[in-house]
Each structure stands twice: as C-alpha cells, then as structure tokens.
Write a protein that binds this ligand. Structure first.
Ligand SMILES: Cc1cc2nc3c(=O)[nH]c(=O)nc-3n(C[C@H](O)[C@H](O)[C@H](O)COP(=O)(O)OP(=O)(O)OC[C@H]3O[C@@H](n4cnc5c(N)ncnc54)[C@H](O)[C@@H]3O)c2cc1C
Length: 394
C-alpha cells in the first residue's frame, strides 16, 4: 500500500466502542446493528476505503455491534451469525469484510490459545473493537500444505524464542496493533524441530514496511513485516507446538472467509437489480441474471450456515465440505461481480462505481490464502487420501 494510505479517520457520526451489553448480544440485535453500520457509514465510505482509508472507526462500531466476537466460545460460538455479519459488511465493502475476517480469526487464536495472558483483558478489548489485530498465517498455511517454505524462523532462548524473517504482506496491522504468526523452531544444525504460534506485537523492534500499491484492498493497512531477533515471551505464545492447534482451527479459519464471498456476491446482485427498470429490456439477454444468481446464492448460504454449526469438527469429510464451500464462494463471487458489471455497463465502469470495485474485491477473495488454486490442491490431496488408490479392489 502507499505509505500514507493507512489513515485512521475519526468519524464523529460513529459511536465510541463499549463493552458487551448486560444481557449479551442477541442474534437479532447483532444483525440489526451491523446492518445499520453497513448501510450507513460503511456504504458512504466504501470508495474512500477502496482508495486507502483504513476504516478503524467503522471496525470499532462493528465491535460494539457484537459483529467481531459472536463466533467465540465466550459469546456462544455463533459462527453462522459471525458469517452473516461479515456478509452484511462485505455487501457494502469487501475490504472491510476482509478486515473483519482478519480480526475474527485473530480473536479466535487468542481465545483458543487457552493462555490467560492472551484471553483476558486483551481479548475483551479486541472483541469490543477497542484494539485491533489480524493474522499472518498465509505463509504457514501454505507451508503446512507443502506449497512453500516457512518464512519465519525461531530460536529457543531463556524466557521464550527469538524470531527472524520477513512476511511480504500482512493486513490490519500498524503501530499498537498485533497479529497471530507462526515460526519454525530451528535446532542448532538449522533443521526445524516444530513450529510455534505467537502474538506478534507490531511496535518496534518489529518493522513495518510499505507494500507496493495493490489494485484493490488498499484500505486494509497491509504491510511487509520484518523481524530481526524479535523476542517472543512465553506470555505471548498461542501454541507450542503450533501444528495441532492449526489443525483444530483450520476449518473455522477457512469457513469464516465465506462471509466475504457471500457479501461481495450479494452486493453484486443488488447492483444488477438497481438498473433493472432502466436496462432490464436489454439485460434480459445476459447470462447470470439476478434472480438466477439470488437462488444460487441462497443455496450456497444455506450450505455454509449448516457447516457453521460445527466449525471445529475434525473429520476429513467435513474439511472437504468446508474447502468446497470456500471455493464455490470464490467462484460465485467472481461470476456475480462480472455479471454485475455487464448488467450496469458504462455506469458500473466509472472509477467511483461499486461494480468495478467488486470485480477487484471478488478477485481478492479468490487469491487470498487459501486461494482458489490452493483450495483445489488441498481438496485433491484430501480426496486422494480418502479414495482407495485406482485398481485396488474394494
Ligand atoms: C492485499 C493483500 C492483503 C494480504 N493480507 C494478508 C494478511 O493479512 N495475512 C497474510 O498472512 N497474508 C496476506 N496476504 C497474502 C495472501 O493471502 C497470499 O498468500 C498472497 O497473495 C500470495 O498468494 P499466491 O497465491 O499469489 O501465492 P503463490 O502463487 O503460491 O506465490 C508464491 C510466492 O511468491 C510470493 N510472491 C509473488 N509475487 C510477489 C511479489 N511481487 N513480491 C513478493 N512476493 C511475491 C508470494 O507471496 C508467495 O509466497 C495478502 C495479500 C494481498 C495481495
């Protein structure tokens, strides 16, 4: 991102973040408050966010609405509700939906760590949108799947570990913020014994460097993150070893991303319907008409909500279903965004128009880890494990 793009704007129209309401967050209240943010200040800011405004005040408001914490065990483990809230925000702005996802999974790491130093006041502030942090797990997720090498390396030292390495792009971070990260622990001979997962605090000595300008997602405060002998104290450990932990949360991590896909697709259908009165007479000759897409979206949403009932189910079949739903979501968002641009024509091609922005947001849904190609790689790998080898009698 451009060096000055991560601006925190104070929006006086937005309320300050508060704590959980006395009776907890009801499903209806979370959806209503999230829709109020999405349809109001978020819709108004979507173009500015696309051009680099980092919407922390809006994330605070979403935290106050409960939209950043209802998936956690302490708030009922309501993954379906968290996905619906992410859908509502992504319908207005895909970049904000991505920030919600990064924030949601970071909260999940903190709670599931079982580490009292991470799951107390720090997590309360995170959930309420009083503090902010994301996730640096793209590289380790790919490393665990055998796609690329692990970029961060750790050495055991008294009181914790020292970590060195560079991650090319991590979003939703900045001074005073943090993210979940993973490093391979090196033995004296340089081989890796296991991995650790930890909370990486993004102040000095961690170094944030500007990324090149992206074609979208510019408001997500995405930085290259460089560590040199960064000390991870035992209080900041999320999991040691990290692999069993990641195996346990992987389905939840991937499933939550479907909220972005559903929202970008729904926003695209909205944009098609918005021009139906003026352009329906010619748009009827296009494929992927809004009514057809809406029916498909409803089916996909229902399948995702069913999977969201058991986000920690460990079976291979379940993980395959989650990967498939995530892949279908990305493919569907791409189709819906493209069709939306075709339906809107030149007005959707204006620099300020939502359809062209959603085309870029949908492509991000398809390339962010696990990217469509990685989802298919992983599904092929798991299916090979599940199915008997060819030629072997049943
Ligand atoms: C806007 C944006 C935000 C992101 N936010 C996060 C985040 O919050 N957390 C996180 O962990 N990941 C984040 N990522 C990384 C993302 O999830 C993918 O891992 C990344 O886009 C690489 O995926 P790939 O499929 O292109 O990798 P592959 O096709 O497998 O590419 C192989 C490797 O080459 C590297 N690579 C390719 N081109 C370049 C380049 N020009 N400069 C440097 N390296 C390059 C990739 O990083 C990758 O590791 C973000 C990426 C983008 C574009």
């Amino acid at each position: 991102m451009a060096p000055n793009a991560a601006v925190r704007t104070a929006d006086p129209a937005l309320p300050a973040a508060h704590a959980v309401p006395a009776g907890g967050w009801s499903d209806a209240a979370v959806l209503a408050a999230t829709a109020a943010v999405a349809d109001g200040p978020l819709s108004a800011a979507a173009t500015r966010i696309d051009h680099g405004e980092y919407p922390l005040p809006i994330l605070s408001a979403l935290g106050e609405a409960g939209a950043l914490g209802v998936h956690l065990d302490r708030h009922g483990g309501r993954f379906g509700l968290a996905i619906s809230a992410m859908e509502a925000a992504s319908r207005a702005c895909g970049a904000t939906g991505f920030l919600m996802w990064a924030h949601d999974v970071c909260g999940l790491y903190l709670e599931q760590s079982g580490n009292p130093a991470l799951s107390g006041a720090l997590l309360d502030d995170h959930v309420a949108g009083r503090s902010f942090g994301g996730t640096a797990l793209s590289n380790p997720m790919k490393a665990f799947s055998g796609i690329e090498p692990m970029l961060l390396r750790a050495r055991p030292v008294p009181g914790g570990y020292r970590v060195t390495g560079t991650l090319p792009w991590v979003s939703h971070i900045g001074q005073g913020q943090y993210c979940g990260a993973i490093a391979g622990v090196e033995r004296a001979d340089g081989t890796v014994s296991h991995e650790i997962m930890f909370l990486l605090r993004c102040d000095e000595p961690a170094e944030l460097r500007p990324c090149p300008q992206f074609s979208g997602m510019e408001g997500t405060s995405t930085w290259s993150l460089r560590l040199k002998d960064y000390l991870v104290a035992t209080d900041d450990l999320i999991a040691d070893p990290a692999r069993p932990f990641v195996g346990r949360i992987r389905g939840a991590f991937i499933l939550l991303q479907t909220g972005m896909a559903l929202g970008v697709a729904q926003g695209s259908i909205d944009a098609m319907l918005a021009v139906e009165d003026q352009l329906g007479h010619v748009n009827q000759f296009l494929d992927d008409r809004p009514a057809d897409l809406a029916a498909e979206l409803a089916e996909l949403r229902a399948a995702i909500q069913r999977l969201a009932l058991t986000p920690y189910e460990g079976s291979k079949d379940y993980l395959l279903d989650v990967l498939d739903a995530r892949a279908q979501g990305a493919e569907f968002a791409l189709r819906a965004a493209q069709s939306s641009l075709l339906h809107q024509g030149a007005r959707g091609y204006l620099a300020s128009a939502a359809p062209q922005r959603r085309v870029r947001e949908a492509h991000f849904v398809a390339i962010v880890t696990p990217a469509l190609k990685h989802l298919r790689w992983e599904m092929a790998r798991l299916s090979r494990d599940v199915l008997p080898a060819e030629g072997v009698p049943a």
